[in-house]
Design a protein around this ligand. Sequence first.
Ligand SMILES: Nc1ncnc2c1ncn2[C@@H]1O[C@H](COP(=O)(O)OP(=O)(O)OP(=O)(O)O)[C@@H](O)[C@H]1O
Length: 599
Amino acid sequence: MNVIPAAEQPLRSLWKRHRVYRRRFILAVTMSTINKVADVVPELLIGAAVDVVVRGDASFVGEILGVESRYSQLGWLAAINVVVWIIESASQYVADVLWRGLAQGVEHDLRVEAYDHAQHLDMSWHESRPSGSTLATLNDDVNQLERFLDIGAPAIIQTFLNVVLVGAVFALSSWTLLLFAFTPIPVIVVGSLVFQRRLEPLYDRVREAVSDLSSALSANLAGIATIKAFTAEDRERDRIAAVSTAYRTANTDAIRSSAAFVPLVRMAILAGFTCTLLLGGWAVLRGDLEVGLYSVLVFMTQRLLWPLTDVATVLDLYQRGRASTQRILTLLAVPITVPAGTTVLAKPVQGRIELRGVRAGYADGPDVIHDLDLVVPAGETHAIVGTTGAGKSTLLRLVLRFDDPRAGTIELDGTDIRDLDWDSLRGSMAYVAQDVYMFAGTIADNIAYGRPDATRAEIEAAAEAAAARDFIDATADGFDSWVGERGVTLSGGQRQRLALARALLREPSVLVLDEATSAVDNETEAAIQRSLRVATAGCTALVVAHRLSTVRHAHRIWVLDAGRVAESGTHDDLIAADGAYAALWRVQTGELALDEPSA
Ligand SMILES: Nc1ncnc2c1ncn2[C@@H]1O[C@H](COP(=O)(O)OP(=O)(O)OP(=O)(O)O)[C@@H](O)[C@H]1O
């Protein structure tokens, strides 16, 4: 689904991006090198010990240390061994801490950076893809990369150092043996390159499948009430099972291919080990090689070759890490098509809004707003009404600049909103959306969301103005009552009133309300209207409402029809004009008259 942005190797891009970690990376590599060197020494010491036992005074150790007694020579070797082990253990610990810290650091930075980028991306980008897919990148892909950095990268370096160090010992001892013991290496290197090419698309598929699974799961959990209400549990389980099967299949294919690499590595190792064993033994029998050195070389071959069986696992981790990094970098490369401008408006913002010749639509779809002209003078309350799908919410989204229009301009206080920085535009507005969102936290936290420094008295006043005070006081802990995720512990009307309180607390220059009181009863609605008239006395308000009674006092009412202004004026003007609005009003007042006796 994702377009791969750059031909560059994803992990190389990562190296370029995360310069701050380079020092730690070099330190970790240094520690791993010390560790590996210390790791090889005990084997050399065993060879030296065999040499002491077999050759006595003429031993290599005896000559170097100038010690004659074999007991003393062995004592020296034991002492050196202890020191080397201490160095080995200490460097192992430091290397582990450094690699893990590096992995955690890169993981943290990348996650925060990717999240921050995602939250700055346009609404239309978010709406065009399942949120579960973004979640999979921010969570799962970042974890995969961390696993590679934590386990895979040190393993690659250790294997490389192993080859170099053991190769050096072999080169100093016998070139023939070096040649034979190292025969598996080119086979393994070429094999990994071939396998890597084969594995790449397989792991890309695995990451796609993870994203699909994550999207399906998060969508289903969000819609759990609908699933239950329509007794669709079995159907949904089967659907999730199908997506999960696709993930399992993708993973099985990748694992099967990467596992096929293991036998190849093992056969190559067998060849190298057998060569050292036979050729080395024959050289000792011919008197061309010391017994001590022979034993060292046999140990060394073991040390060199067996860790190479892990190459398949490392390759697997690498491929997963690569595919995940690719997805993270793809997310980071998505351009922001609605970028902030730089103009700063003088505060307080007056709040005059003017739309001129605005044409707008979604993605590749047709226009839903056509050549719209609309002016809201500063301080006035204007209502947008019209049939469902007429483009009312779209218009509000344009004013908040969630999307840019396809043509025309929108101005706030005479400045094109495309030129304004976010603080001047959205910072001077407060918005109550059609589907109100509450965060997990207390009622007070949720009201203060738009102004975190608000005092408790200000929060309470805002709640009062939104007619929310009574129901808040009736809860067990009042303003400190816990609101569940998405506000599930509240009724629709309660959520709306909290959202309204949140907006009013911001003391905005422009209040944008999209069906903000659609879920409250008539009595509460009337109370809110009274408060709103006071609260919005000094600010511009743009209000979308279906219930016309809520907007009859607006300075101007704009009636939209299929993305065009059908008529506009005050309530009295429109009733007198006897057009679409008057017809709608008659229907609604008639309905209200029918409802009233039961209220
Ligand atoms: N995110 C979106 N992506 C694509 N099309 C959209 C999107 N949101 C709205 N539309 C389309 O744009 C048109 C106008 O929708 P809009 O939500 O602005 O209408 P509305 O007047 O607010 O309707 P309602 O009163 O039902 O809320 C509709 O045809 C709708 O299908």
